[in-house]
Write a protein that binds this ligand. Sequence first.
Ligand code: FCB
Length: 455
Amino acid sequence: MTDYQFPAGFVWGSATASYQIEGAAREDGRGESIWDRFSHTPGKVANGDTGDVAADHYHRYQEDVALMKSLGLQAYRFSIAWPRILPDGVGPINEAGLAFYDRLVDALLEADIAPYVTLYHWDLPQALQDRQGGWVSRAIVEQFVHYADVVSRRLGDRVRYWTTFNEPRIFVTHGYMNGQHAPGLTDEASGPQAAHHVLVAHGMAVPVLRQNAGPDAQVGIVYALNPVEAASDNPEVMARQRVLDAQVNRWFVEPVLLGSYPDELADAPGFSALVVEPGDMDLIRTPVDFVGANYYSRIIVGNPQAQSALPDLEDSEVEAAEYTAMGWEIYPQGLYNTLKRLHDRYHPPAIYVTENGAAFDDAIAPDGRVHDERRVAYLRDHFRMAWQAIQDGVPLRGYFVWSLMDNFEWAHGFDKRFGIVYVDYPTGERTVKDSADFYQQVIARNGLPASRTER
Ligand code: FCB
């Protein structure tokens, strides 16, 4: 008996991102991205790993789509590499780059899998970084809107679901403020201005995407959300909790859904010098059709001295908690809390879990399989929380497991395996993990059984 029955029409999918899986970094006219430059800079990525080959999805996309079909996936969230389309960021369009995504979309549709396209999942053309400092320059707004126009003109006849940005908070804080991600800058005060340009670019791209993808188009943005909790009622800890929560959960959400930045950020570095042009906040508030929530874990604030502008999941540890290979606490309740809060506070028309999943130290067993029981448990417990959120009125329309396959986990390189499909990097060979079989059953019955033992 299925006790956690999801609503008819609920969408089950998986997610990836261009730089993390594609490889073919120098093929078919693709330009350099900031992640090519960063990963090739010694000391930036674990083991010196790069996305040059990654999971070689660029060459294996047909096999990957067949795999998705065999798992019964109904949707696939992937991103477009801007430097494949406009190698120099602006200027001549690279037809071969567009053609790749054309083929991918056609293959997905042929397999009855709905494409969910993300325009920006962090791989900015290096030329735009070199020329103008990337997102800190206002010029990028027009450049992004142009890129969005080029892609959606080409794919808009077949792609209905579009997101502008993946996790703007992460690429702004890690890319510009703490240097952990490309382009590796450590100028805390530059963050808010870069963030503002991202938000204006988002707002201006929304009508362009709608225009090019037709009346059925659904356009949204994807956020990284983590409940931020105080470990004690120490006033300094609680004050830091409020600011950190504003940075993590409200900085990019409230301009889009409410039309303003949270007051709690006024004193954070860079905000006092923020240049907001007349009309910007209205542009940013252009209505979206949905919001995507990426959820992995919570943040517990225990140390009032910690650097508040640099949110980190390891601020404080919880005794007896379980952690993934990323060192992230496994906290399914946080998914419920995140979805409920998003709905209660902001009422977006629809919500998707656009990423959720876990890294564990997977290995191929002697029987040739990958028995990732901890990932099965992780997914099951999070799916149940999503179900509960729906019971409690959250307009949750779909769920994308991160990730379809093991991939380049940014500064961690290939060490952290998030896939429900295992990738043997030397050969590119794919092996379906037990979690993929589990997911296939969830999709087939559109729900889960009540008992832990029954799968
Ligand atoms: C998210 C990113 C995604 C992946 C997961 C683990 O922050 O959007 O690319 O790295 O974390």
